[in-house]
Design a protein around this ligand. Structure first.
Ligand SMILES: *Cc1c(COP(=O)(O)O)cnc(C)c1O
Length: 371
């Protein structure tokens, strides 16, 4: 039997130093203020704004509630154009707002929604576009915004993978009307569970802060049917500590990506992306795409081979969201409408990448893929 030590997982959570976290906890215990916009919550939001180079941020208890709240805050209804190639929460957030998702195929060069296919999916009921910077690769934001402006649509980016992503020194999180983040344990930056909503102005931030606190604008005033999305003090403190070491974590991941690229470039049928010029990446995932004819093995065969050897690569994102039973019946959910997304979902495999991956682990993974 394999012991836990032999298993290589796709990621490993960035954990704060336990002694430092204990010191933070002692302060929280002294304050006796454990949630509801406390000292650490405020400090965490300020530190995130600075690190991410964004003007306003509101932190949440997970990465799904900011999606749901953004749609509420912008009064989005009717139909929203989105991508099937994502984690299922993207589309679920529409469903929870009574909005009909309309799937548009992806651009195989980025994995993000293909701007050239958006216009054909617009109907009189369309109110917004919800793209995803999948794997942290920037969407074609300028083209998406041009279409949105032309038709008067809102743009909400699911930027769950895009922590710290910059294009020419500018944060990707300032694109569109709003962007959401996830700080789930599996993400490059985590607060165990957590998330955030990035907005452009103080007034919107105020509204989001009301909405994530039941709509309370004062002790006795409720201004909207809000929800409870607040982050507590413990996780805000944890986030503050992780923020100090996230750059080192991203650098360690970059080294892993460099190693994979060197080793896998000569392998026929194993395709992957290089860094994009002008982009600061976060190396949150290392997706490879298996061309079974050239490689001589299907993606699923390679997935199983790795698994049998204790390497838990993941098929992110397979199946497509549009293939789940909840969404399969939608007119836009057909494979004919989504050829690029279908191909990507059928060939992708995300290899282990994290800050603790040792050279011996990497060599083990690479040897199995190179054969
Ligand atoms: C992780 C993730 C979410 C949801 O975040 P949670 O913090 O797990 O609620 C949403 N969208 C995408 C693309 C994700 O990867």
């Amino acid at each position: 039997m394999k012991t836990n030590k032999d298993i290589i997982t796709v990621t490993s959570p960035l954990l704060p130093d336990l002694d430092e976290f204990n010191e933070m906890l002692r302060k929280i215990w002294d304050n006796k203020w454990i949630t509801n916009n406390g000292e650490f919550h405020q400090r965490f939001e300020a530190a995130l704004c600075e690190y991410l180079k964004v003007p306003y941020i509101s932190v949440f208890t997970n990465g799904t509630l900011p999606l749901i709240t953004a749609l509420q805050a912008l009064n989005i209804s009717g139909e929203v154009i989105t991508t099937p190639y994502s984690f299922v929460a993207t589309t679920h957030s529409l469903w929870w707002n009574g909005i009909k998702p309309v799937f548009v195929d992806i651009d195989p060069a980025t994995g993000g929604i293909d701007p050239e296919r958006i216009e054909a999916a617009i109907t009189p009921r369309t109110t917004a576009i919800m793209p995803v910077h999948v794997y942290g690769k920037p969407c074609r934001t300028r083209e998406i915004q041009d279409i949105a402006d032309k038709y008067g649509l809102r743009v909400i980016y699911d930027a769950a993978h895009a922590f710290g992503i910059e294009v020419d020194g500018k944060s990707i999180l300032t694109e569109g009307d709003m962007s959401t983040l996830s700080f789930h344990a599996t993400k490059v930056f985590n607060t165990v569970e957590g998330g955030a909503l990035v907005v452009h102005d103080a007034k919107t931030k105020q509204r989001i802060d009301y909405l994530k606190n039941f709509g309370f604008a004062g002790e006795t005033e409720v201004v909207a049917p809000g929800i409870n999305g607040k982050m507590d003090e413990l996780r805000a403190a944890y986030g503050l500590l992780n923020l100090r070491q996230v750059d080192a974590c991203i650098e360690a991941r970059r080294q892993v990506a460099i190693r994979y690229r060197e080793a896998l470039r000569p392998v026929n049928g194993i395709n992957f992306w290089d860094d994009m010029p002008g982009v600061r990446h976060n190396y949150s995932y290392f997706p490879i795409f298996v061309d079974s004819e050239e490689y001589g093995m299907t993606r699923d065969e390679l997935f199983m081979k790795l698994r049998e050897n204790g390497i838990l690569a993941r098929r992110y994102f397979y199946p497509l969201i549009s293939d789940f039973s909840t969404y399969r019946g939608l007119p836009s959910a057909t494979r004919e409408n989504l050829p690029n997304a279908t191909r990507m979902a059928d060939t992708v495999l995300c290899l282990p990448i994290h800050h603790l991956l040792a050279e011996a682990d990497l060599a083990r993974i690479i040897n199995l893929i190179v054969k």
